[in-house]
Design a protein around this ligand. Structure first.
Ligand SMILES: Cc1cc2nc3c(=O)[nH]c(=O)nc-3n(C[C@H](O)[C@H](O)[C@H](O)COP(=O)(O)O)c2cc1C
Length: 305
């Protein structure tokens, strides 16, 4: 895909917009625009303004059940002629042939070897082995390194490692284990170019690796139709302390408080997706600096062995 560094920024709804995608591509990786559960064709068009000068050197990541509800999203993504389109969180692979027939490479996140084989059989170009350490939604089945082993054994398709990768050491480990590159989410979420509001960045900076929790509480409260297989890893906060594991008891008052916190960008109650690598984030820095530090640090570590 013409990358100078083996880094793809994970498409992160509400966080990885066109500005972050452009910054990651300019730093030598592949920037991805993320359209999450609130994604729409109109929102994607808006973000594409920031990637217009990249000559197609960026990607777009979509959520399968959101595309099913708004098929125009995939039409707009294909029409933008990016280098890569990822559709995750679904089992119907019919989108793959359509995107490939348009001359665009395809990617999807997988959580075990059988799923990797199925996606490879359906013609996927790039697999993302996404471990349970990762931030945001995903199947919490295997940790990143054992999953990477299993997927690399199962397929000959290029594989990106994802989940908990945010330091030179974890980046080097993924490459040494045979990944073709990494798919970085959380580590890029607090970059200067991300769309995450200021309070969310501060929460990421303050968090340690032990401060995340896997839950469906936010999705149930917001009545988002995420498949049960895909809970989200988020920062622990007042809302998860009260409602994680008690989703059946969620009432209208809790829903109203959550909606108000989301509108006010208040991370004490609103969800902040984050993986266990969140402890590596100590400041808001440009994406290029993060990528340079990861690459030079990983190169140094790999050269030692
Ligand atoms: C803030 C945030 C938002 C995310 N939104 C999406 C999304 O819209 N679509 C998607 O495919 N994955 C999304 N993910 C999951 C990533 O694709 C990826 O699996 C994860 O970030 C990898 O783990 P890491 O965060 O530890 O790097 C999101 C992750 C985060 C942290």
């Amino acid at each position: 895909m013409g990358l100078r560094v083996p880094v793809v920024n994970a498409p992160m709804g509400g966080v990885a917009g066109g500005r972050l995608a452009a910054a990651v591509t300019s730093a030598g990786g592949l920037g991805m625009i993320g359209m999450g559960s609130a994604g729409s064709a109109a929102a994607l068009r808006e973000e594409l303004r920031h990637t217009a000068s990249l000559g197609g050197r960026f990607g777009i990541g979509l959520v399968k059940w959101v595309v099913d509800a708004d098929p125009e999203l995939l039409d707009v993504a294909i029409a933008a002629a990016p280098t890569l389109i990822a559709v995750s969180f679904g089992s119907d692979p019919s989108w793959i042939a359509r995107v490939r027939d348009s001359g665009i490479r395809t990617a999807t996140q997988v959580y075990n070897a059988a799923e990797a084989r199925r996606a490879a059989d359906a013609g996927i170009d790039v697999l993302v082995a996404r471990g349970a350490e990762g931030g945001g939604h995903g199947a919490m089945e295997m940790a990143t390194l054992p999953l990477l082993d299993a997927v690399l054994d199962a397929v000959s398709t290029p594989v990106l490692a994802a989940g908990g990768i945010g330091s030179p050491a974890s980046f080097a480990a993924a490459l040494a284990a045979g990944a073709d590159g990494v798919w970085l989410g959380t580590r890029l979420a607090a970059c200067a170019e991300s769309s995450l509001p200021e309070a969310g960045r501060r929460a990421l900076i303050a968090a340690e690796g032990t401060d995340t929790v896997v839950t469906t509480a936010f999705d149930v409260a917001m009545r988002l139709p995420w498949p049960a297989r895909f809970p989200a890893r988020v920062l622990r906060n007042d809302f998860t302390a009260r409602w994680a594991g008690h989703e059946d008891a969620l009432d209208e008052q809790a829903r109203a408080e959550l909606a108000a916190a989301v509108a006010a960008d208040d991370p004490r109650t609103a969800p902040i997706d984050a993986g266990q690598g969140v402890g590596a984030i100590t400041a808001v820095t440009p994406a290029a600096q993060v990528i340079d530090e990861l690459c030079s640090g990983a190169a140094e570590l790999l050269a030692r062995h």
